[in-house]
Design a protein around this ligand. Structure first.
Ligand code: MG
Length: 248
């Protein structure tokens, strides 16, 4: 069931989304060579708690940390650890905050110092595909219009689209209906109406759609071993168009 939010509820949700977005800014500040993914997670956790919010991911389905921190060929759900980030790594940080009854959810792939042109382009085009998807998030369109916009932006580059995991509705629960796949056909799926709040989150790889979940049950890597990018915003669908609630 898709839960629509009133204007008043959207205002409350904005607060959770603002904290979620600022948590990514905190991550950006601490990501440098030699920092461990656990230290990045701690900085994020402490920030969210200082804001009076709760990290949405902590304990959700048993996840042991406040943020998913995924390096290089890890697409999503990386568990913070003692692994240090190195120059040339890419670090995907996915984080949500819960306050006043609502969640925000967003993700960004950061570059540690510098990386290859190939990977820089992957990041650039994955983020661009997110905005192509957001453009379609208007009343009267369907979920498939968002999905198709993401897919048709990235496929000409030969990139893979992760199909096993998808975007989602977000609100009182972190994961609500509808599912928001990064592939699909225009004009298909649930119709979009004002008051819907969804997380659009392309997970795009340099090569191949297939992913492998590691024995820890979380860490999800590309099957090809090539790099992956992940960008996500929580947005509200309104009569005035899409509003990015997690804008940084
Ligand atoms: Mg999400």
């Amino acid at each position: 069931m898709i839960v629509l939010k009133t204007q008043h509820e959207l205002e409350r949700m904005k607060k959770a989304c603002r904290i979620s977005a600022d948590a990514l800014n905190v991550a950006q500040e601490v990501i440098k060579p030699g920092v461990t993914t656990k230290e990045i997670d701690k900085a994020i956790h402490d920030y969210i708690v200082r804001c009076g919010a709760k990290p949405s991911f902590l304990g959700l389905y048993g996840f042991p940390a406040s943020a998913c921190i995924s390096l290089n060929d890890v697409v999503i759900h990386g568990i913070p650890s003692d692994e240090k980030v190195k120059p040339g790594d890419i670090v995907s940080v996915d984080v949500g905050a819960f306050i006043e009854g609502y969640h925000g959810d967003n993700a960004y792939t950061f570059i540690v110092e510098d990386t290859t042109e190939e990977i820089k382009k992957l990041l650039l085009e994955t983020e661009a595909s997110l905005y192509k998807g957001i453009e379609q998030a208007v009343p009267g369109n369907r979920i498939g219009d968002i999905s198709f916009a993401v897919q048709s932006h990235v496929t000409p580059f030969g990139y893979g689209i992760v199909r096993k995991f998808v975007g989602h509705g977000v609100g009182k629960n972190l994961h609500e209906d509808p599912e928001v796949p990064n592939f699909g056909k225009p004009g298909r799926g649930p119709r979009l109406t004002a008051g819907m709040t969804i997380a659009i989150e392309p997970m795009i790889t340099l090569e191949g759609d297939d992913v492998v979940v590691m024995p820890d049950g979380w860490t999800t890597k590309t099957k090809s071993g090539k790099a992956a990018a992940h960008f996500e915003h929580t947005i509200a669908i309104t009569d005035e168009g899409p509003v990015i609630l997690t804008k940084r």
